[in-house]
Design a protein around this ligand. Sequence first.
Ligand SMILES: NC(=O)c1ccc[n+]([C@@H]2O[C@H](COP(=O)([O-])OP(=O)(O)OC[C@H]3O[C@@H](n4cnc5c(N)ncnc54)[C@H](O)[C@@H]3O)[C@@H](O)[C@H]2O)c1
Length: 440
Amino acid sequence: MGSELIYRGHDEAQPTADVYSPKPPKPWISFSRPIRYILREQRLLFVLLGIAIATVFFTLLPSSSVHRHSRYEPISDNSLSYFPQQTTSAMRYYEPERIAFGSIGKVPLGLKRKGIRVVVTGGAGFVGSHLVDRLLGRGDSVIVVDNFFTGRKENVMHHFNNPRFELIRHDVVEPLLLEVDQIYHLACPASPVHYKHNPIKTIKTNVVGTLNMLGLAKRVGARFLLTSTSEVYGDPLQHPQVETYWGNVNPIGVRSCYDEGKRTAETLAMDYHRGASVEVRIARIFNTYGPRMCIDDGRVVSNFVAQALRKEPLTVYGDGKQTRSFQYVSDLVEGLMRLMEGEHVGPFNLGNPGEFTMLELAQVVQETIDPNAKIEFKQNTPDDPHKRKPDIAKAKELLGWEPKVSLRKGLPLMVSDFQQRIFGDHKEGSTTTEATVSKS
Ligand SMILES: NC(=O)c1ccc[n+]([C@@H]2O[C@H](COP(=O)([O-])OP(=O)(O)OC[C@H]3O[C@@H](n4cnc5c(N)ncnc54)[C@H](O)[C@@H]3O)[C@@H](O)[C@H]2O)c1
């Protein structure tokens, strides 16, 4: 009996090689003895070490390397590459803002970027080029997107050697992919002569162009600022115009490609804001003047100045009693930047409430340039508004903004630029506004 028992035990302990037998469980791995297992293999030590390393890494990771667009790879050759940039006080100014935008991903340390990247569509134009000067001046990286319909390379040539500046010839009616933080959308002919030249293209620029730029803003999470216009008020029945006024626009007139185009652009901006959570800002710009305006573009200030310099009569349309307000370009640029950096969507009127009739403006031009300049009356153009004056209480209160440069101060700054361009002693890219420079 005893020998039989001994024999069976031996058989179990030495199975033959050709019979499948799962690896016998280690005796110390059992539900009741996990701690003994961890201690014996020294795995607790490794777990603790891993936790410590992870804690140190995430605690010490600098906040500036955390950026909301970092998940986007540079898409095209035209997009801003990760070139080295310098830290300036202006950039530091943006840090809280950038963190407030929300951080979506983390940039590997080697690709750490400072300063913000801004697209200015229409940046080679009159207003756009002054905005670009200010943005570069405070340390941003700027990409100008322009089809040069009314803009000129000369307006931005003085930045060509700046590594933070890029210029892309592109029509905003076509989609564009860029990696940026802010989009100032200015691309659109602004003077009646230009926007009536090809009305279909004008409305396409306003609608399709704005859609494309809003799509880009949505895609990369950029903040988007639309430069709308006081023309959305049409021939206003309310004076001065407050942002809550819905306007009096002829939807089928010769100016509607611009007026209705901008109204639609505002609608699109608000729909992207409400429907797709895009951070939008809307500025309604009133008549603005200054250096780099197109000469002979039909806008009243540039017309009068060019005519007076050439010793031609100043053309006044209608009886000259229609009023406009005139804002110097550096004031507008300041307002646009405050709007972009602020918390409020708008719309905001940005204009100078000082109201002048066309005849009064002609008088100021005579005083500034040529007291003997004659005035010539011509028939008015259709749908020309009779009155235009911004109510800027909202911008004053919420943006802390109001214009500083009076017409009598601003006009001479524009005259010297026009003089240089008309009479040919113009050095390319040399025009800035003294007011702009002194403020930046
Ligand atoms: N200057 C004003 O008094 C005034 C008043 C109200 C609104 N605005 C608005 O401000 C913005 C700038 O006006 P501005 O006075 O500098 O005019 P501008 O004509 O000097 O500049 C417009 C720029 O946009 C570019 N552009 C036009 N169509 C384009 C397209 N499809 N794709 C790419 N670029 C295009 C032009 O080449 C030009 O550089 C415009 O949106 C305008 O409607 C200006």
